[in-house]
Write a protein that binds this ligand. Structure first.
Ligand SMILES: CC(C)(COP(=O)(O)OP(=O)(O)OC[C@H]1O[C@@H](n2cnc3c(N)ncnc32)[C@H](O)[C@@H]1OP(=O)(O)O)[C@@H](O)C(=O)NCCC(=O)NCCS
Length: 373
C-alpha cells in the first residue's frame, strides 16, 4: 500500500523500518495501551522476518509519515472466511482468491499507533484512519473492524467520530504483561456509516499506488481506447492486457487519484507477451521481468507519481523472486531516458527497431528479495 495525501504518507513497512519499529515496540510508554507496559522485548531481526511475510491479501504492517518523518504505524489484516466445518461443503472459499487482486468482499481488521507523542492529538489520527479505510473500501472490503482497550477513551472517541459502531465490550477478557485483567471494546464500520475526515478533494487529492483491482484495469483500458479513436490496435492491446492479466503473464499497477486510476505501468513476466517479441534478455521467467506501458495523464506528469508507482512495482518484482527489472526507451525521448537512468536502469541489454524506431533496453538489479508490496 502506498497512499499520499499532502504531507501524509501511509506506506508498506520494509526491512529498513525494523529498527524504528523495534524502538517503538520495546518502549513501554508507547506499548502500554496494547497491554505491554514493559515493551515487547523484540529485535529488529525478528521484525524484519515478520515483515517479509506480509502481503496485501493477508496482512500488512504500514508506516505513517508526516513530511517524510516516520511517526507511527498502522496495519491491516484481511479476515479470511471461516473454513467449512467437517461434513459441510469443504470447498475452500479462498481457493480462487487472487492475492494481488485486493480484498473484494472481505472484512479488514485495522490498527493504528501514532508512536511519536508529539504528533498525537493534532488531528492526524483521524486523517490517517480515513485514508486507510477509504482505500480498503475502494479495494472492495465490505466491513472494517477493530478493538481497543476499554480505558482508551481517546481512541474510542476518534473511532466513533469516524462512524464506527460499538459492537460490545468484552469485560476482563485478557491479562496485560503485568497480569492485570483488561477489557476490550469491539467496533465495526461499513461504507454507509463511514465519516471521512481525510479531506480528500480535487484541490488536495489522495494518491494511491497499487496493483490494479479488476475495476482499475477496466477503467484504465476504457481510457486508453478512448484516447486513441480510430486506432483499432488499441482494442487489440486491451484484449492482450486482459488475457495476460488473467493468465498471470503480467501484472498492471495504477497511480490512482481520489479513487480514479490516471496512470499505469505493467510488469511482463512471460516471454510469450507480444511486447517481448524476439528480444532474448528482457524477460526470463522467474528471473527477469520487464516494465511496459508506463504512462500517466498529461496533467499529472512531472509530479513524482510514476516514480512512486515504480518503487512499488520493483518491490513487488523482488518479492515475486525476480532479480532484475528491465525497461525499454527510444533514445530520442531524452527525458524518459534520463529518468530511467536516474531510477537505476543503467545496464545495457539489447536493442530493437520497433516500427522503425530504435528502442534500447536497460536492466536494473534489485537489491535482494526483501522488497515488499
Ligand atoms: C488513538 C489515536 C490513533 C488518535 O489519533 P490522534 O491524532 O491523537 O487523534 P485526533 O487528534 O484525530 O483526535 C483526538 C480526539 O480525542 C479527544 N480526546 C483526547 N483525550 C481524550 C480522552 N481521554 N477521552 C476522550 N476523548 C479524548 C480529543 O479531544 C480529540 O477529539 P475532538 O477533536 O473531538 O476534540 C492516537 O492518539 C494514538 O495513536 N494513540 C496511541 C496508540 C493508541 O491508543 N492506539 C489505538 C489503539 S486501539
Amino acid at each position: 500500500m502506498f497512499l499520499v495525501h499532502d504531507k501524509l504518507t501511509i506506506r508498506n513497512a520494509e526491512k529498513q523500518d525494523a529498527p524504528i519499529l523495534a524502538s517503538w515496540w520495546n518502549d513501554g510508554a508507547v506499548m502500554a495501551h496494547a497491554g505491554f507496559p514493559r515493551g515487547l522485548g523484540t529485535t529488529p531481526g525478528k521484525i524484519a522476518e515478520e515483515i517479509a511475510a506480509d502481503c496485501d491479501g493477508s496482512r500488512r504492517r504500514l508506516i505513517l509519515e508526516i513530511g517524510e518523518k516516520p511517526v507511527g504505524e498502522m496495519s491491516f489484516t484481511i479476515l479470511r472466511p471461516l473454513p467449512a466445518a467437517e461434513g459441510e461443503n469443504s470447498e475452500d472459499p479462498w481457493k480462487d482468491w487472487p492475492l494481488y487482486r485486493g480484498i473484494r468482499g472481505a472484512t479488514a481488521e485495522i490498527g493504528i499507533k501514532i508512536c511519536d507523542a508529539a504528533y498525537q492529538e493534532k488531528g492526524f489520527g483521524r486523517i490517517f484512519l480515513s485514508m486507510l479505510i477509504r482505500e480498503l473500501l475502494r479495494r472492495g472490503a465490505v466491513k472494517i473492524v477493530l478493538d481497543t482497550n476499554l480505558k482508551n477513551t481517546r481512541a474510542q472517541h476518534v473511532y466513533e467520530k469516524l462512524g464506527f459502531v460499538k459492537q460490545g465490550v468484552r469485560m476482563n477478557s485478557w491479562r496485560d504483561q503485568e497480569g492485570v485483567l483488561q477489557s476490550a471494546v469491539d467496533y465495526a464500520l461499513t461504507e454507509n456509516e463511514f465519516v471521512d475526515y481525510s479531506g480528500e478533494s480535487e484541490k488536495c487529492p489522495v494518491w494511491s499506488y497499487r496493483a490494479c483491482t479488476g475495476e482499475d484495469l477496466k477503467r484504465l483500458w476504457d481510457m486508453n481506447v478512448a484516447d486513441h479513436p480510430g486506432k483499432p490496435i488499441w482494442e487489440r492491446f486491451r484484449s492482450q492486457a486482459f488475457r495476460h492479466d488473467a493468465l498471470q503473464m503480467a501484472k498492471t499497477y495504477a497511480a490512482v487519484r481520489n479513487g480514479r486510476p490516471v496512470g499505469e505501468g505493467t510488469l511482463l513476466f512471460s516471454p510469450e507477451c507480444e511486447a517481448v517479441g524476439e528480444l532474448k534478455h528482457i524477460v526470463i521467467p522467474g528471473e527477469v521481468c520487464n516494465v511496459n506501458g508506463l504512462r500517466i495523464r498529461k496533467e499529472y506528469e512531472g509530479q513524482g507519481h510514476i516514480s512512486r508507482m515504480m518503487k512499488l512495482m520493483e518491490q513487488d518484482a523482488a518479492v515475486l523472486g525476480f532479480h532484475t527489472v528491465t525497461i525499454g526507451v527510444e533514445p530520442r525521448e531524452s527525458r524518459n531516458l534520463a529518468i530511467y537512468l536516474h531510477w537505476g536502469y543503467t545496464d545495457y541489454l539489447e536493442y530493437e527497431f520497433d516500427h522503425g524506431a530504435l528502442v534500447i533496453y536497460y536492466g536494473k538489479e534489485l537489491c535482494g528479495g526483501d522488497g515488499l508490496l
